[in-house]
Design a binder for this molecule. Structure first.
Ligand code: PMP
Length: 390
C-alpha cells in the first residue's frame, strides 16, 4: 500500500485515550479485584421498565421513532422535569431524546460552536467534555477548581479566562468526579457571569436524582437562565439504565431545533425499545429511585467517614456516587496510589489526574457497590494507607 499521508484527522490523532480505561484494562486481567472505579450504578434497571421494553418488542415496535423521540416520552419527560425540578419545556419543540447524556452533550456542543470558539470546562470534570469540545471544532478552556472550595468554581476564576471567543460554560452538578453539589446561590454566581458576558451554559444534570442532603436546583430554574441553558440529563444514573443508552436535552426552541438537525442526520433517533423502558421508568419508577438514593446515601456516609478516619481527607459530597479524597498524606501521586493499591490490595480506584490538573493528589472512589464490597475495599485501603502514610 502506498500511503503517503496519515488517514487520521489531526485532532483525533492528538487525542489521548481515556485514562479511566487503562485502569479498567489492568483490573480486568486480575482475580479478586474490588472495583470502586466504575461510574455506573450497581443496581439493575427496575423490572417494570425492563418489562415495558420486552412488551414493546413482543408487540413489534421495532421501527424508528420520530427524530426527537416518541412524543409520549417527551411529554412524560416534560412533566417529570417540571414536577421534580420546576423547569418547563415544551415537549413538541424543546426536548430531544438522545443516545445517553453523552450524545446530548455532543449535539449541544456541535450546535453552538463555530471553529475556535471556546468552552470553559471546570476541572476536575467528566473526561469526555474537553475531547467533545475539540471534536466539535472548539477549544476547551480548563479552569481548575480547588479542594479548599470543595471543587466549586469561583466567579472570579471564570472572569479571568473569558475572551471574545468564549461561547459557553460547561457545568456539572452534582459532579463527576467530586460529588460536589452547587447550591442555588452558587449557581446564581455562575449565572451572573454568564449573563454579564452573554454566554450559554451547558448544564450536565445527569446526577440530579442523586442528591442526599438538599433539594436539587437546576441551572435552568435560576432567574433569567432558562434562555441561555442547555440542560443535559438522562436515565443512566438515577434510573440505573446505563446500558440502554437513553438521555435527553432540554433547551429553548431555537437551540433545540439546531441540535435536532445534527441528531436527525447522525443518529436518527434513540433506540425504540429503550424509549419504551424510559417512558415506564418515568411513569412508575419514583419509588425505585428513592430506594436507590437511600442506599447510596448510606454508602456515602460509610465511605466518607472511613476515608477521613484513615487520613485521606474528603469533603462530604452532596450528590452523585463518588468520593474524591485527598491522598497526598501518602506521599504518592494519584497514579502511583491507584496503581499500587490495585497491585498490592486489589482495589481499583481512578487517579484524580485523569479528570484534570487539579484532580492530582486525589482519587475517585465510586460507592456504587454493595455495602459488603465497600467494607472490604475500605479495610484494604486502610491497610494500604497505614503502610504509606508519612
Ligand atoms: N455526564 C457525566 C457527568 C457522566 O458521569 C456520565 C457517565 N459517566 C455521562 C454524562 C454520560 O452518561 P450517559 O450514560 O447518559 O451517556
Amino acid at each position: 500500500m502506498n500511503q503517503t499521508k496519515s488517514y487520521i484527522a489531526d485532532k483525533v490523532a492528538e487525542m489521548k485515550p481515556s485514562g479511566i480505561r487503562r485502569f479498567f484494562d489492568l483490573a480486568s486481567n486480575m482475580e479478586g479485584v474490588i472495583s470502586l472505579g466504575v461510574g455506573e450504578p450497581d443496581f439493575v434497571t427496575s423490572w417494570s421498565a425492563r418489562e415495558a421494553a420486552i412488551l414493546s418488542l413482543e408487540q413489534g415496535y421495532t421501527s424508528y421513532t420520530a427524530n426527537p423521540g416518541m412524543l409520549e416520552l417527551r411529554e412524560e419527560i416534560s412533566s417529570y422535569m417540571n414536577r421534580r425540578f420546576h423547569v418547563e419545556y415544551n415537549p413538541k419543540s424543546e426536548i430531544i431524546v438522545t443516545v445517553g447524556a453523552s450524545q446530548a452533550i455532543d449535539i449541544a456542543l456541535r450546535a453552538i460552536l463555530n471553529p475556535d470558539e471556546e468552552v470553559i470546562v471546570l476541572e476536575p470534570c467528566f473526561v469526555a467534555y474537553a475531547p467533545l469540545v475539540t471534536l466539535a471544532g472548539g477549544n476547551p478552556v480548563p479552569v481548575q477548581t480547588l479542594k479548599e472550595n470543595e471543587f466549586k468554581v469561583l466567579p472570579e476564576q471564570l472572569e479571568a479566562v473569558i475572551t471574545a471567543k468564549t461561547k459557553a460554560i460547561m457545568i456539572c452538578s452534582p459532579s463527576n468526579p467530586t460529588g460536589s453539589l452547587l447550591s442555588a446561590s452558587e449557581l446564581e454566581a455562575i449565572a451572573n457571569v454568564a449573563k454579564k458576558h452573554d454566554l450559554l451554559i451547558i448544564s450536565d444534570e445527569i446526577y440530579a436524582e442523586l442528591c442526599y442532603d438538599e433539594e436539587y436546583t437546576s441551572m435552568a430554574a435560576i432567574n433569567e437562565m432558562w434562555d441561555r441553558t442547555l440542560l443535559i440529563s438522562g436515565f443512566s444514573k438515577g434510573f440505573a439504565m446505563t446500558g440502554w443508552r437513553l438521555g435527553f436535552v432540554c433547551a429553548p426552541e431555537e437551540l433545540t431545533q439546531a441540535m435536532l438537525k445534527i441528531h436527525q442526520y447522525s443518529l436518527m433517533c434513540a433506540p425504540t425499545m429503550a424509549q419504551f423502558a424510559g417512558l415506564e421508568a418515568l411513569k412508575s419508577g419514583s419509588n425505585d429511585v428513592e430506594d436507590m438514593r437511600k442506599s447510596y446515601r448510606r454508602r456515602r456516609n460509610l465511605v466518607v467517614q472511613s476515608l477521613n478516619d484513615m487520613g485521606l481527607s474528603c469533603h462530604i459530597p452532596g450528590g452523585a456516587f463518588y468520593a474524591f479524597p485527598d491522598i497526598t498524606a501518602t506521599g504518592l501521586t494519584s497514579e502511583q496510589f491507584a496503581e499500587k493499591l490495585l497491585m498490592e490490595e486489589k482495589v481499583a480506584v481512578v487517579p484524580g489526574n485523569v479528570f484534570g490538573e487539579s484532580g492530582e493528589g486525589h482519587i475517585r472512589c465510586s460507592y456504587a457497590s454493595s455495602l459488603e464490597q465497600l467494607q472490604e475495599a475500605l479495610k484494604r485501603m486502610k491497610d494500604f494507607t497505614d503502610r504509606y502514610r508519612q
